[in-house]
Design a protein around this ligand. Structure first.
Ligand SMILES: N[C@@H](CCC(=O)N[C@@H](CS)C(=O)NCC(=O)O)C(=O)O
Length: 204
């Protein structure tokens, strides 16, 4: 079968989650650059791949997918390589819970309300940053409570939960407020130091 294709841009947190999954699985793929913030807007052909005009989108032998979690689970299940999902129902449910929590509560607060607001706005909205930090603190508390003993979020097995969390945390750590907040969560900080060193993460 042909190589999978991933559509997206390297600045995107969600594209990075999909790329990390492909890399950890050892799957070679083609990255088709797609800048959703380009001045000319999203190309019409791309809306056939992603009706909401977000990135990433994915294709494998004519099978198309959008939504990063679906892409990551497909990559884990359709290709050889190390299993990235726990087999036991509770471990898998906790992994899915962490991924759902990150999508619902971490991405907007940590990436947009704190990091993008601080880094890219000429006059950052301090109230938005403060509320983003409060939400980020709740996320880090919940992640600490959910983390199993061991190197990774689910314990000894690196899973899709780690690969979902790492790009969000990486973005959050671009700003001092993010670094300061994470410093108070020692288990998550130790996890971060570990995952940041993996070749798939270090590759950017
Ligand atoms: N639910 C989508 C979210 C993807 C997403 O929000 N991607 C961002 C880039 S990190 C995007 O395309 N943003 C463009 C926009 O919001 O218009 C997924 O899981 O793939």
């Amino acid at each position: 079968m042909t190589k999978p294709i991933l559509y997206g841009a390297d600045y995107s947190v969600y594209v990075r989650i999909a790329r990390l999954t492909l890399a950890e699985k050892g799957v070679s793929y083609e990255l088709v650059p797609l800048d959703i913030f380009a001045a000319d807007g999203i190309p019409a052909w791309y809306l056939e791949h992603h009706p909401f005009g977000r990135i990433p989108a994915f294709e494998h032998g004519g099978f198309r997918l959008f939504e990063t979690s679906a892409i990551a689970r497909y990559v884990d299940e359709a290709f050889d390589g190390p299993a990235l999902q726990p087999k036991d129902p509770r471990g898998r449910a906790t992994m899915n819970q962490i991924i759902g929590m990150l999508d619902a509560y971490a991405y907007k607060s940590m990436v947009w309300d704190v990091a993008v607001e601080r880094l890219e706005k000429e006059a950052p909205d301090e109230a938005l940053i403060a509320s983003g930090l409060r939400q980020a603190e709740r996320v880090l508390k919940a992640l600490t409570a959910l983390k199993a003993p061991g190197p990774w979020l689910l314990g000894d097995q690196l899973t899709l939960a780690d690969l979902h969390a790492a790009p969000i945390i990486a973005y959050f750590l671009k700003v001092t407020e993010g670094q300061k907040l994470l410093a108070g969560f020692t288990d998550i900080l130790a996890w971060w130091d570990r995952i940041a060193k993996r070749p798939s993460m270090a590759a950017g």
